[in-house]
Write a protein that binds this ligand. Structure first.
Ligand code: MTE
Ligand code: MO
Length: 389
């Protein structure tokens, strides 16, 4: 039995009352500490939406306790009894399966891969004009090593019937009011069977934290985290296309390239969010950080895409002029982020504007402008101001 909360298995009320504000140098941000997590930036508390402070991205792997949290529905699982928990695989299959965590660990080959988990609304607060939704900065993001079993193996064991087209996934969370549809997502059968989609029971070599989907979650490498269904307990093979609010109405982007539209010319056609857009971010300096003049400073950041591979990262310390190639850290895997660094000797005091852009092996590049009404897929060339003193 695993519980979220204080002794006795509290409900989510407990950690909320125990909210700890700390002074960790994040001006204007309220920090909160939930069970199994460290101090994270509070975006909303019911349900919890918690953002990772930027400094954690100075490591290859985002610690489980610092990994961001996003739930849609108030009724999130706070207790899981492993004696009774079962992952059900049903629908258009020859032999429905009902698997305990011990079954998943013991009866299937364990596989591991490193992959970026990024919310499609990451960085939404930087959209101009502003859009409604969780006002994330850049911390609805993390990189972890995921271990579990291949979804394909589970599907093969159940025996997918001829004619099946999609696979739907849902978890233990429930809407507080019946009118709100439970969270469910779907992938095409081909994608589900591709071999890399995983039902993960470990993250960075440890159990998943409750808030990140204990006991198992879907991992869809290279795709936005909205598909990474947490506390996964239902996999349904469908003979027809899935229909449901979270695919048909929510988490859709303009069909136009890069998911772009404008407030004046909203897109008329939309499509479900899918692969991660190519992007690069600054990790150091942090916004508002002051750095000394005429001393070497290591600018740091990260870059990733949907798995094509980062080829080059360039940084400008001169308002988008004089781009310099950053040094890339070793690759951690096809779906991992790639950290990069650039040594900079700021010549004189004053304000500098830094920019970063990444290029991938598929020849994609970042642009300077992106907007859509959902505040999704933000991946513009980043700019940050730094004060050299
Ligand atoms: N069961 C369930 N899974 C879910 C969600 C949810 O609300 N319920 N939210 C999804 C979204 S939109 C995101 S961004 C990720 C967040 O993963 P994390 O909380 O582990 O960082 O979980 C996804 N999986
Ligand atoms: Mo998300």
């Amino acid at each position: 039995m695993r519980s979220l909360g204080v002794a006795g298995g509290g409900t989510l009320m407990v950690p909320l009352l125990g909210r700890a504000e700390s002074s960790s140098g994040l001006p204007g941000e309220q920090l909160v500490r939930f069970p199994e997590k460290t101090d994270l930036i509070l975006r909303t508390d019911r349900p919890p939406q918690l953002e990772t402070p930027l400094h954690y991205f100075q490591q290859d792997f985002t610690p489980n306790e610092a990994f961001y949290v996003r739930w849609h529905l108030e009724g999130i699982p706070t207790t899981v009894n492993l004696d009774t928990f079962r992952l059900e695989i049903s629908g258009a299959v020859e032999k429905p399966l009902s698997l305990s965590l011990a079954d998943l660990r013991g009866r299937f080959e364990a596989v591991s891969l490193v992959a970026v988990n990024q919310c499609s609304g990451n960085s939404r607060s930087f959209f101009a004009p502003r859009v409604p939704g969780g006002q994330w900065k850049n911390g609805a993001l993390g990189n972890a090593r995921w271990t579990g079993v291949r979804l394909r193996e589970l599907l093969d064991r159940a025996g997918v019937k001829a004619g099946a087209v999609e696979v739907a996934f849902s978890g233990l969370d429930r809407a507080a009011i019946a009118a709100t549809p439970n969270f469910a997502k779907a992938l095409t059968l081909d994608h589900a069977r591709e071999g890399e989609v995983m039902v993960a029971y470990e993250m960075n070599g440890a159990d998943l934290p409750m808030l990140n989907g204990f006991p198992v979650r879907l991992v869809v490498p290279g795709w936005y985290a909205t598909y990474w269904v947490k506390a996964l307990n239902q996999i349904r093979v469908l003979p027809e296309k899935f229909q449901g609010f979270w695919m048909d109405k929510a988490y859709r982007i303009p069909t136009a390239p890069d998911g772009n539209e404008s407030p004046e010319h909203p897109a008329t056609e939309t499509t479900p969010i899918n692969r991660l857009s190519l992007r690069s971010l600054f990790v150091r300096p942090e916004p508002g950080e002051q750095i000394p003049a005429r001393q070497p400073f290591e600018i740091q950041g990260l870059a990733f895409d949907s798995g094509r591979g980062i080829e080059r990262v360039e940084v400008s310390t001169h308002h988008g002029d004089a781009w310099q190639a950053a040094r890339l850290d070793p690759e951690l895997g096809q779906y991992a982020w790639r950290r990069w660094r650039l040594r900079w000797n700021p010549p004189a005091r004053g304000k500098y504007q830094l920019q970063v852009r990444a290029f991938n092996r598929a020849g994609e590049r970042q642009t300077t402008r992106l907007w859509n009404r959902g505040g999704y897929l933000r991946n513009v060339i980043e700019q940050t101001e730094v004060e050299v003193v």
